[in-house]
Design a protein around this ligand. Structure first.
Ligand SMILES: Cc1cc2nc3c(=O)[nH]c(=O)nc-3n(C[C@H](O)[C@H](O)[C@H](O)COP(=O)(O)O)c2cc1C
Length: 106
């Protein structure tokens, strides 16, 4: 499995294979940054869905960036987890992602 870590300075990365986006939850800048990445070149063609990381302390704003993006691009919110995720979260995450057969997960 290949992963790309995005940063604020350069979201303009071309991806030519199917991908999911794991979005942290902080503020609207995150949604804008990830949108710039998705809208770049033909990236949107390969977009399969979103995963959110957040904190349940934020109640109805829990993982709002991933949820907003899911609605905006009409792609599934595959999974959410708190902070860095528990072992169980990681296992469930892998199951969800495998369903999309993006690539083999180690
Ligand atoms: C300033 C700030 C704002 C945050 N806002 C949200 C939020 O709106 N929704 C949410 O689910 N989590 C929110 N979080 C929690 C982070 O998403 C959480 O810390 C994140 O999952 C990163 O995990 P880590 O702290 O283990 O790196 C916020 C955290 C900070 C510091």
């Amino acid at each position: 499995m290949k992963s790309i870590e995005m940063n604020y300075t350069n979201p303009f990365i071309e991806v030519n294979e199917d991908f999911i986006v794991i979005a942290p939850s902080y503020d609207d800048d995150i949604t804008e940054l990830i949108s710039s990445f998705i809208d770049y070149k033909n990236n949107i063609i390969h977009l399969k869905g979103f995963v959110g990381s957040g904190s349940l302390n934020f109640d109805d704003k829990y993982c709002f960036n991933a949820k907003d993006l899911s609605k905006k691009y009409n792609k599934p919110l595959l999974f959410t987890f708190e902070f860095s995720g528990t072992d169980e979260d990681i296992s469930n995450f892998k199951k969800e992602v495998k369903q999309f057969a993006i690539t083999r997960i180690k």
